[in-house]
Every structure is written in structure tokens, then in C-alpha cells.
Write a protein that binds this ligand. Structure first.
Ligand SMILES: NC(=O)c1ccc[n+]([C@@H]2O[C@H](COP(=O)([O-])OP(=O)(O)OC[C@H]3O[C@@H](n4cnc5c(N)ncnc54)[C@H](OP(=O)(O)O)[C@@H]3O)[C@@H](O)[C@H]2O)c1
Length: 260
């Protein structure tokens, strides 16, 4: 299916690895020009070179830390008018006991997982409305739908983001600008492989054993592939998805136990 977005421009954050990179690759395959952001310049340059080779689209990059206002403002200054915004990003680990979470950690979590996408959305949405096309996708987590106390340092900011995006979605959809979040379950990204290695060491098990145990937590009994996630993201960014907005869409291999 032609997604109808060839020649559009996307700002993709967290684009040098994992789900963000997969989304960038998929959009490029649809002929979308890219502006890629992550903190590390080397990873960005590698990603950009590979995408240019494979897709022939224009790819610009900026190394910036999106958890700081300075970083976000630098991105908006260089890429003020994207047609598509995909926000992915870090994967902070936290102590499972909420009594150990400090105010500094709460602030860092809010900065990375709520204020980063909020400031970027705020910066680009008016231009999208004026041009009568915009697609905003935030990558959050399955735990937004299935909160567990031990994850709430990262999920609380994401729930707040879901509220903000729902308001933006209703305000802007009449102008063909949508805003949705994709809620990943477990996906086989480098960070998940690193996490499995650290769990294996901690629990005295093999990495394969840990991987298998984690895979068995969803109905599909496997990790998702980043390209599967990216396909869903590309569809939400497509010309065909103008009637889907304000949604929090799970993509988790049947891991969520409920109906709605
Ligand atoms: N993979 C999963 O199974 C899974 C499951 C649930 C939720 N998620 C969520 O999905 C998102 C992506 O996960 P992932 O597995 O794709 O992560 P990943 O492989 O670690 O990729 C993260 C990307 O974001 C960039 N990044 C991190 N912090 C940043 C910052 N402060 N400013 C700018 N760029 C930043 C990283 O590059 P630099 O390090 O160079 O900045 C990298 O390009 C995360 O928010 C994670 O919580 C993932």
C-alpha cells in the first residue's frame, strides 16, 4: 500500500537505535525525508549514512539531549516545520521500590518522558495545523495500560503525556493533524539484549534462559521485531490514518490481559 507520504519530512527522536531507528528506516522507505535526533553523534551518523544508501532520501541529523530544554530548543530551531513527529527515546532503569525514588529522579523522568515530547509537540503542532497535515506519534510503554507500582517512575510521566496528547488530538484533528501513542511490549532492541545480559548476571542464569523467560510473558511467546513496530508507526503517519487520533495503541504480542 502506498502510504501517501512520499516527499514529506519527519522529525524522528531517539533515532539512532532501537524502535526510533526502525521507525526512521520505515518512513525513509516510504520516501520521507528525515531529521534524526539522539545524543550520540556517531550513532546518528551511522544511521543516517545507512538510510541514505538504502532509501536515497534526504537525512539531516542533530546530536542533542532531549531531556534538556536547551536540547529541545536546538532541535526546534533546526527543524521547526516537520510534517511528522515521532518521539522515542531513553529507557531509564529505576529501583523497583518507590520509597527509593528521589525528587531528582522524578524530575529526570518528567524531563525525558513527558516534557521532551510536550515541548516538541508544542513547537511543531501549529505549523502542522496551518499546513493541514500532521502526524504525531509518541513511543511510550505497555505499562501505560497496565500500570505496576515498580514502573511508575517512568509510567507516571507517560500517563501525563497521554492526557496532553489526547487534548492536542481533539484540538487539531479537524485540521488533519493526529496525535497517537504506540505502547510497546517487549521488542528485541539492543537495549533489551543488554538488559537480558544484566539480568542473567544478576540471577545466575544464561542469557538464553532469561530471554526465553521474558519472551514467555506474552501470548505470542516472543519478542517483537522493531520492524513490526515501525510498520504500525508508518501507518499511523500515513495519509490514510487521518481519522485515528488520541489513541494509546498496544503492540505487545497479546501480552495485555484485558479486552479494552
Ligand atoms: N524495546 C522495548 O522492548 C520497549 C518496551 C517498552 C517500552 N519501550 C520504550 O520505547 C522507547 C525506545 O526503546 P528502545 O528499546 O528502542 O531504546 P534504545 O534502543 O535504547 O534506543 C533509544 C534511542 O533514544 C536515544 N536517546 C536516549 N536518550 C535520549 C535523550 N535524552 N535525548 C535524545 N535521544 C535519546 C538513544 O541514542 P543516544 O543514547 O545516543 O541518545 C537511541 O537512539 C523507550 O522510551 C522505552 O522505554 C521499549
Amino acid at each position: 500500500m502506498d502510504l501517501g507520504i512520499g516527499g514529506r519530512r519527519a522529525l524522528v527522536c531517539g533515532a539512532s537505535g532501537g524502535l526510533g531507528r526502525a521507525c526512521a528506516e520505515r518512513l525513509a522507505a516510504e520516501g520521507v525525508d528525515l531529521f534524526l535526533v539522539a545524543r550520540g553523534r556517531a550513532g546518528l551518523d551511522r544511521t543516517a549514512a545507512q538510510i541514505r544508501d538504502e532509501s536515497g532520501v534526504r537525512v539531516d541529523v542533530l546530536a542533542a539531549d532531549l531531556s534538556s530544554t536547551q536540547g529541545r530548543q536546538a532541535v526546534l530551531a533546526q527543524c521547526p516545520d516537520p510534517d511528522i513527529l515521532v518521539h522515542s527515546g531513553g529507557w531509564p532503569e529505576s529501583h523497583p521500590d518507590f520509597r527509593r525514588w528521589t525528587i531528582a529522579q522524578w524530575q529526570a523522568a518528567l524531563d525525558a518522558m513527558m516534557l521532551a515530547p510536550v515541548e516538541l509537540i508544542t513547537g511543531v503542532v501549529e505549523g502542522m495545523v496551518a499546513r493541514r497535515f500532521g502526524r504525531i506519534v509518541a513511543v511510550t510503554s505497555r505499562f501505560v495500560k497496565e500500570p505496576r507500582l515498580e514502573h511508575m517512575l517512568s509510567i507516571s510521566p507517560r500517563l501525563a503525556l497521554a492526557g496532553f496528547m489526547n487534548g492536542i488530538a481533539r484540538e487539531s484533528v479537524a485540521h488533519n493533524v493526529t496525535a497517537n501513542a504506540l505502547l510497546p511490549g517487549i521488542f528485541a532492541t539492543d537495549t533489551q539484549h543488554d538488559y537480558a545480559r544484566s539480568l542473567a548476571t544478576e540471577q545466575g542464569k544464561s542469557v538464553e534462559q532469561v530471554w526465553k523467560e521474558r519472551a514467555s510473558t506474552n501470548a505470542a511467546k516472543r519478542f517483537g521485531e522493531p520492524r513490526e513496530f515501525a510498520a504500525a508507526c508508518a501507518f499511523l503517519c500515513s495519509a490514510h490514518a487521518g481519522f485515528i487520533t488520541g489513541q494509546n495503541i498496544l503492540i505487545d504480542g497479546g501480552g495485555y490481559p484485558g479486552v479494552f
